[in-house]
Ligand binder design. Structure first.
Ligand code: MN
Length: 310
């Protein structure tokens, strides 16, 4: 939340303060320009407005802007963790301009971007866009660290070899990721028989939803399946439509806010989180509360990670 305008009124304002009448800097948390310094930031928000392989309800290209806009209203302090993750610096890149010649090209673009962020020793926070962009991020992370695994939260298994003529679409993301490093899937409640057989034959751990046991046991089991370095990918349709209806392909019976955040908190406490993404928000398909929920979720994870940096 930007308080520089108020602060400016208490002391003799500079001409710059007088001219600064707006609040909307279009940065995550509305970070004002003087605090928005790439070199000083541990988190880098990477907005990727791409949704061209979406097969049902498109519109996730509008999600990065909607999430960043909603983040203006978040408190910097998080009462659950007792910390203010913004102290570690959050830099928001300009929206990536997707190469519209095909999803494979977009994967390459994302990969190059994330590679740079990791080379600069920062944590990428990818805001989609459709799930396809995750493949690019995982490519970069797998290149950057040893012993990487992916925690993949999604209502859908996304294990199709190809879908609607492309191997790089949103329905094949977990399949492509599983070719790069081990993957652990949580929250699945929509899967084809072919995908199911594939997951069994390849021993891909899938924690279906509902889990049929308490969160503590489940979270421990999920952590036990992950390696030391973890990339987290969150398709927002993993959440129940009662809290997240603004997604392209909603599925009933999903995770509650507390189930989702308790798992993420546990993973951040026990593993080295290399980066994460939040994808598949389609802001125009649901109430504006969904954009706020997505923004809060992104900032929650930053808090869980930063708690380990204290
Ligand atoms: Mn999904």
């Amino acid at each position: 939340m930007n308080v520089s305008v108020c602060a400016g009124l208490l002391s003799a304002p500079s001409s710059e303060d007088v001219l600064r009448t707006g609040y909307n800097w279009q940065t995550f948390l509305d970070t004002p320009p003087e605090e928005h310094v790439y070199e000083d930031s541990r988190f880098v928000v990477v907005p990727v407005p791409y949704d061209s392989t979406t097969s049902f309800r498109s519109g996730s290209r509008y999600a990065p802007a909607a999430i960043i806009d909603a983040s203006r209203h978040l408190e910097d302090f998080d009462v659950e963790t007792g910390i203010d993750a913004s102290q570690w610096g959050i830099y928001t890149l300009d929206e990536m301009s997707p190469d519209m010649s095909g999803p494979k090209r977009v994967v390459g673009q994302v990969s190059a971007l994330i590679e740079q962020v990791l080379d600069d020793d920062k944590m990428p926070v990818l805001l989609g866009g459709e799930h396809t962009i995750t493949v690019g991020a995982v490519l970069a992370c797998a290149d950057h660290v040893e012993d990487l695994s992916v925690l993949y939260l999604d209502a859908h298994a996304d294990l199709r070899e190809s879908y609607m003529g492309t191997r790089w679409g949103h329905a094949s993301v977990a399949m492509r990721v599983s070719e790069l490093c081990p993957i652990v899937q949580v929250g699945v409640r929509s899967i084809s028989s072919g995908e199911y057989d594939f997951a069994v034959s390849r021993k891909i751990p899938i924690f279906y939803w509902p889990p049929g046991r308490d969160s503590e046991a489940l979270n421990a089991d999920v952590c036990g399946r992950l390696s030391s370095n973890v990339y987290i990918s969150i398709d927002l349709d993993v959440a129940d439509p009662s809290i997240m209806s603004a997604v392209g392909t909603p599925e009933p019976g999903g995770m509650t806010w507390w189930e989702l955040t308790s798992l993420l908190r546990e993973v951040a406490a026990r593993k080295n989180v290399v980066g994460f993404d939040i994808v598949e928000l389609s802001p125009e398909e649901g109430p504006v509360a969904c954009s706020s929920t997505a923004a809060r979720l992104a900032y929650k994870i930053m808090g869980y990670v930063a708690a380990g940096w204290k």
